[in-house]
Design a protein around this ligand. Structure first.
Ligand code: ZN
Length: 115
Protein backbone atom coordinates (compact mmCIF):
# COMPACT_ATOMS: atom_id res chain seq x y z
CA UNK A 1 0.00 0.00 0.00
CA UNK A 2 1.62 3.25 -1.09
CA UNK A 3 1.74 5.52 1.95
CA UNK A 4 -1.46 7.14 3.17
CA UNK A 5 -2.51 7.95 -0.36
CA UNK A 6 -5.68 6.85 -2.08
CA UNK A 7 -5.59 5.47 -5.61
CA UNK A 8 -7.06 8.75 -6.84
CA UNK A 9 -4.35 10.76 -5.12
CA UNK A 10 -1.65 8.51 -6.56
CA UNK A 11 -3.18 8.93 -10.02
CA UNK A 12 -3.22 12.73 -9.65
CA UNK A 13 0.38 12.81 -8.46
CA UNK A 14 1.52 10.47 -11.19
CA UNK A 15 -0.08 12.76 -13.77
CA UNK A 16 1.68 15.75 -12.20
CA UNK A 17 5.01 13.91 -12.35
CA UNK A 18 4.55 12.84 -15.95
CA UNK A 19 3.45 16.34 -17.02
CA UNK A 20 6.47 17.91 -15.32
CA UNK A 21 8.75 15.29 -16.78
CA UNK A 22 7.63 15.95 -20.34
CA UNK A 23 7.77 19.74 -19.84
CA UNK A 24 11.32 19.49 -18.52
CA UNK A 25 12.40 17.16 -21.29
CA UNK A 26 10.99 19.52 -23.88
CA UNK A 27 12.78 22.49 -22.30
CA UNK A 28 15.93 20.42 -22.17
CA UNK A 29 15.71 19.64 -25.87
CA UNK A 30 15.00 23.30 -26.70
CA UNK A 31 18.00 24.40 -24.64
CA UNK A 32 20.40 21.85 -26.11
CA UNK A 33 22.05 24.48 -28.32
CA UNK A 34 23.31 26.26 -25.23
CA UNK A 35 25.57 23.39 -24.31
CA UNK A 36 27.91 23.95 -27.18
CA UNK A 37 30.76 26.34 -26.36
CA UNK A 38 30.40 30.02 -27.19
CA UNK A 39 31.64 30.55 -30.68
CA UNK A 40 31.44 34.09 -31.82
CA UNK A 41 33.06 35.82 -34.66
CA UNK A 42 35.53 38.16 -32.93
CA UNK A 43 35.44 40.55 -35.84
CA UNK A 44 31.72 41.09 -35.93
CA UNK A 45 30.98 41.24 -32.19
CA UNK A 46 32.53 43.43 -29.59
CA UNK A 47 34.00 42.34 -26.28
CA UNK A 48 30.87 43.31 -24.36
CA UNK A 49 28.47 41.26 -26.36
CA UNK A 50 30.83 38.33 -26.11
CA UNK A 51 30.74 38.67 -22.31
CA UNK A 52 26.96 38.92 -22.49
CA UNK A 53 26.80 35.78 -24.53
CA UNK A 54 29.04 33.91 -22.09
CA UNK A 55 27.01 35.10 -19.13
CA UNK A 56 23.82 34.03 -20.83
CA UNK A 57 25.35 30.68 -21.57
CA UNK A 58 26.35 30.22 -17.93
CA UNK A 59 22.81 30.96 -16.82
CA UNK A 60 21.43 28.60 -19.40
CA UNK A 61 23.83 25.89 -18.28
CA UNK A 62 22.85 26.35 -14.63
CA UNK A 63 19.22 26.01 -15.67
CA UNK A 64 20.03 22.95 -17.73
CA UNK A 65 21.75 21.35 -14.74
CA UNK A 66 18.69 22.06 -12.58
CA UNK A 67 16.48 20.52 -15.22
CA UNK A 68 18.60 17.39 -15.41
CA UNK A 69 18.47 16.92 -11.63
CA UNK A 70 14.69 17.60 -11.59
CA UNK A 71 14.20 15.01 -14.32
CA UNK A 72 16.23 12.52 -12.27
CA UNK A 73 14.14 13.22 -9.13
CA UNK A 74 10.96 12.68 -11.08
CA UNK A 75 12.23 9.41 -12.50
CA UNK A 76 13.13 8.21 -9.00
CA UNK A 77 9.65 9.17 -7.77
CA UNK A 78 8.02 7.26 -10.64
CA UNK A 79 10.18 4.22 -9.88
CA UNK A 80 9.21 4.44 -6.22
CA UNK A 81 5.58 4.56 -7.33
CA UNK A 82 6.09 1.35 -9.28
CA UNK A 83 7.66 -0.29 -6.21
CA UNK A 84 4.88 0.94 -3.90
CA UNK A 85 7.45 2.90 -1.92
CA UNK A 86 6.06 6.20 -3.07
CA UNK A 87 4.51 8.39 -0.38
CA UNK A 88 6.73 7.05 2.41
CA UNK A 89 9.54 9.16 3.81
CA UNK A 90 12.88 7.67 2.73
CA UNK A 91 14.40 8.81 6.03
CA UNK A 92 11.96 7.99 8.85
CA UNK A 93 9.48 5.76 7.04
CA UNK A 94 6.47 7.89 7.98
CA UNK A 95 3.91 8.76 5.31
CA UNK A 96 4.49 12.01 3.43
CA UNK A 97 1.52 14.39 3.58
CA UNK A 98 -0.50 14.60 0.37
CA UNK A 99 -0.45 18.42 0.56
CA UNK A 100 3.34 18.28 0.43
CA UNK A 101 3.33 15.91 -2.52
CA UNK A 102 0.86 18.13 -4.37
CA UNK A 103 3.42 20.93 -4.22
CA UNK A 104 6.41 18.69 -4.94
CA UNK A 105 5.29 15.30 -6.22
CA UNK A 106 8.93 14.19 -6.43
CA UNK A 107 9.49 14.72 -2.68
CA UNK A 108 10.91 11.63 -0.99
CA UNK A 109 11.21 13.06 2.51
CA UNK A 110 8.46 14.08 4.93
CA UNK A 111 8.24 17.66 6.17
CA UNK A 112 10.10 16.71 9.36
CA UNK A 113 13.06 15.15 7.54
CA UNK A 114 13.36 17.61 4.67
CA UNK A 115 16.43 19.84 4.97
ZN1 ZN B 1 10.63 11.63 7.56
Amino acid sequence: MPGDLSDDQIRTLKKLLLTRQSELKKLDADGADWRSPVELDQQSVGRLSRMDAMQQQEMAQAEARRRVSDIARIEIALNRMGDDEYGWCAECGEPIAYKRLEIDPAAHLCIGCAP
